[in-house]
Design a binder for this molecule. Structure first.
Ligand SMILES: [Ca+2]
Length: 204
């Protein structure tokens, strides 16, 4: 299901659900505006969704992200990741998108935080389609102990990454061996990959 939802994310609250459930494979777009702070009022300037210019802090929830940056995760057990003011990605897991500010989570230092962000989450179903050509491969005549190499194209005509995890072959005759390389590869959207070195030779 595709959707577009805007939620308010409080700096002083722990993980906050967006109500948006994403499905693995969907294209997710998150944008955020507003100001907040992970420090007590009057001690620091307010920050936007990209966080503070102060040095990163090793005790932050996401240590290599700026302090006070907008952080997200997919599902309550998902790994936290930097969102900032804009992030677009293809979901690799399913669950509710949740948000929090990048503060010291383990020591619970959220009580002095203030402000909030408006965060818009859009999800989009991505069409999956591809073509394989040629549809069949004719190896013709193969001499004993000799091989013939053929190849075929895998053309990703859809909008998401195409992951080939295995290739199987239907070939007549029990005396023939058939080897394909590679059998595991990725084809980005709009790209074409060639599976080479399909060798067919008579088994010993
Ligand atoms: Ca704090």
């Amino acid at each position: 299901m595709a959707g577009n939802v805007t939620v308010t994310v409080q700096a002083a609250s722990l993980w906050q659900g967006s109500g948006v459930n994403v499905v693995s494979g969907q294209l997710v777009t998150i944008s955020a505006t507003g100001t907040w702070s992970i420090w007590a009022p009057g001690t620091h300037s307010a920050n936007g969704p990209d966080g503070s210019d102060d040095a990163i802090w090793p005790l932050s929830l996401v240590p290599d992200a700026r302090q006070a940056a907008l952080i997200g995760r997919i599902g309550s057990s998902g790994a936290p990741f930097l969102v900032g003011s804009y992030k677009q990605f293809t979901a690799t897991s399913s669950g509710e998108i949740q948000f929090i500010s990048n503060d010291n989570y383990n020591e619970g230092l959220y009580g002095d935080n203030w402000g909030s962000l408006q965060v818009t989450v859009s999800t989009q179903d991505v069409e999956v389609s591809y073509t394989v050509s040629p549809a069949t491969i004719d190896f013709g005549s193969v001499f004993f102990r000799e091989g013939i190499s053929k190849s075929f194209d895998v053309n990703n005509t859809g909008g998401s990454n195409l992951s080939i995890s295995s290739i199987s072959v239907s070939a007549p005759g029990s005396l023939y061996g058939l080897n394909i390389s590679p059998t595991i590869f990725n084809v980005p959207p709009g790209s074409c990959m060639v599976a080479k070195n399909i060798k067919r030779k008579i088994a010993h």
